[in-house]
Write a protein that binds this ligand. Sequence first.
Ligand code: GDG
Length: 469
Amino acid sequence: MGRLVIVSNRAPSVDGANDSGGLVVALKDALARNGGLWIGCAPEQTDTPAASLVFHHRPEFDIALFELEPDLYRDYYLGYSNSVLWPALHGRVDLIDVQSRYATAYRKVVRRLARLIADEVSADDMIWVHDYHLIPLAHELKALGVMSRIGFFLHVPLPDLQTFKAIPDWQDLAGCLAEYDLVGVQTQRDLGHMINIFRHILRGELRANGNMGIDGREVVIGCFPISIDVRGFRRLAEEGSVNVPPPALPRLIGVDRLDYSKGLPQRLAGYETFLGRYPGFHNKVGLLQIAPPTRDDVEAYRAIRSELEQLAGRINGRFGTVDWTPVQYIHRALPRDELAVLFRLSRVGLVTPLFDGMNLVAKEYVAAQDQNDPGVLVLSQFAGAAEEMSQALIVNPHDPQDVAEAIRTALEMPLGERVERHRALYVHLEKHDIAHWSSTFLKRLGSVEKIGPEWLALFPELQVRAKAG
Ligand code: GDG
């Protein structure tokens, strides 16, 4: 049996330092089973990249890094990935920054990576590619004769057809997606968009088994809602909060990378409306917003940062007193165990993105709660998580009145109702945790029909091994 080969823009750190939570936890076991491999971009760029993957051995699996020149990396990562694809996939077509060198760099990086991978894998390995940074990888690998099963999972939303067509290379990109053996998205919403995109752009046909027929091939498609290590996160919150006193005032909490898709200004507008409408809560509640920086080199991210700082300042100026600061804003990352405790000790979790593939913070907030006295999750209808978490208070993040009312409802919700809603959410999450997500995806990828290795042995000419260069 072959190995599992994970490919993502960023690989786990070589020393395992940032393993906690996330994909590593989910995939460690599957990787360890057959001497697995995780391929990702080297964290540092260099003017003289190695001509092959750079290997590091970890006890459970190997890590193989590909190196990139600084300019190439910038145009591929900050450029095409995060100034074209990220805004387009999140419906912010107004923020797309089209530069031909971005697209060139993106294709160049993926093509180069494909050559490095083709040298490494064999037909019975299973390759799982993650996210929008690497969409054309299956196309490039197949062009090099790689026969492995190749699956793709999109962590971010797949928008509707019209929005998708705002991407300059939309036809090409749709064709590249359809070259995977399995394409997974987070939600039924995104699955519907994918079917539409394949139908209209590639003349795909939806088959009775739920897969798509495209150009005489069957592309397996599916919805695989990602999750978290629910029990692990709960433990972190429980253990960390022993002897930690609750905050002086009931707390609302928001934790988001500082990204325009997360709806932070809209959230603050909702909170401001709440404070304006319900003066009885003045001095009786506080909002803690943690928003670590991300992609600071892209102009749209600098703009959202200054907008948020102004808004927080305005609210504090308008409602604050000598003894009370309505908004506490932290613009840096906190350790994960600290976050877990903060979630547990917060009465309301505010998760109000404008568009989000899933949103793991919503799941972390629920996992961290004390089941005997849980807080309430206020969740945007546009977070993928809303498909699974209907017992949260679901809001329209664009409507400050709606957010304000949900905040009030959450703060006034009786214990019985809080416990009931939390139990339903927790039971679902515990069953659908991150291990469930990865095993469902891998099982489906493993069952995709391919020419088996025994056949390949009879037809060695099919097993082309590409050479670098
Ligand atoms: C993409 C998709 C999809 C945040 N601040 C700190 C911190 N975080 C952690 C959270 C959570 C993670 O970062 C954020 O995950 P999200 O799911 O909320 O959002 P994205 O980063 O945009 O992730 C998203 C996800 O991929 C998975 O498929 O759900 O839709 O956009 O775990 O806790 N962690 C620490 N300090 C912080 O200050 N330690």
